[in-house]
Design a protein around this ligand. Structure first.
Ligand code: PLP
Length: 280
């Protein structure tokens, strides 16, 4: 059973006892960062990429820490064993720490570090194509930081679900940025893979980067550029990537079919290359 044990500030504790103080700045100011790492056959997928991005996020928020990768990894493996996880994901969150509620805080707070596990069903099937909607990107300006401040995305994803869609893709200054919790790729008529450049308007996904690497290694043309909703609607294929979605085809946006509304060949090929890479 997943979530029997979690990690709380250096210790593995029963999940139901994993409490953080009400004065934690994550709770009061969403002052923290997180990572979600996929686990396949008890192996951490793209650990280096996730750990490097964690350090970048911490640095951008000036959260002082002495997190050691080896220590985290050792504890993740303990959680994998204690929760009997084979395929799943680990959620890792680091907040600035506990302090009286104040906008001004000491620079040397001791960060709160928590981790919890979830099982994920992983197989080589792509599943149904997603039906998603578009919406103005109402998030803050530093989307390259994997911040725990996820209210805008959560509100919009709920809005999408309430309207019968499965996800939401954001539009900022007339261009698509990304989906609520995933990166977006489109494929044009020439079978070129197009994705948004990694700037402050998106989170540079670890899965995105891996897909780009696999595409390049397999002779697929790639373009990094911004694209509009119209381009998405007239694309040959559209798909999303994330550590828990893996590669997920999108077959309609705002109730308009992408192509014939079928899963595209390049999406299937890239998904297959990714399954090979993660060993499923
Ligand atoms: N973009 C956003 C906003 C996300 O929240 C996520 C993952 O949660 C991603 C992209 C995909 O990132 P990754 O592939 O590293 O999971």
């Amino acid at each position: 059973m997943a979530q029997k044990y979690s990690f709380l500030n250096g210790e593995i504790v029963p999940h139901e006892k994993a409490f953080v103080h009400i004065e934690d700045r994550g709770y009061q100011f969403s002052d923290g960062v997180y990572e979600v790492i996929l686990i396949v056959n008890k192996k951490l997928i793209d650990l280096e990429g996730h750990f490097d991005r964690l350090l970048r996020s911490l640095k951008k928020l000036s959260i002082n820490h002495d997190i050691k990768k080896a220590f985290l990894v050792e504890n993740i493996h303990q959680l994998i064993e204690k929760n009997a996880i084979i395929n799943g994901s680990v959620y890792l969150q680091i907040t600035r720490g506990v302090y009286k509620r104040s906008q001004i805080y000491p620079s040397d707070l001791s960060p709160s570090v928590v981790m919890k596990m979830s099982p994920v069903e992983i197989n080589r099937t792509l599943g149904e194509g997603l039906s998603i909607m578009s919406h103005e990107d109402i998030r803050w300006q530093y989307c390259d930081i994997k911040s725990i401040s996820l209210l805008a995305s959560s509100l919009l994803k709920k809005k999408a679900y309430d309207q019968g869609f499965e996800d939401v893709v954001y539009i900022k200054n007339s261009f698509i940025t990304e989906a609520s919790f995933a990166n977006i790729f489109i494929v044009d008529e020439d079978n070129t893979l197009i994705t948004t450049p990694a700037d402050e308007s998106i989170l540079e996904g670890i899965t995105r980067n891996r897909i780009i690497e696999l595409a390049a290694a397999n002779g697929i043309k790639i373009e990094y550029r911004k694209f509009s909703l119209e381009e998405v609607l007239s694309a040959k294929e559209v798909f999303l990537t994330s550590s828990t979605l893996l590669v997920r085809p999108v077959t309609s946006v705002d109730d308009k079919l992408i192509g014939k509304g079928e899963i595209g060949q390049l999406t299937e090929k890239l998904a297959s290359l990714y399954y090979d890479f993660i060993g499923v």
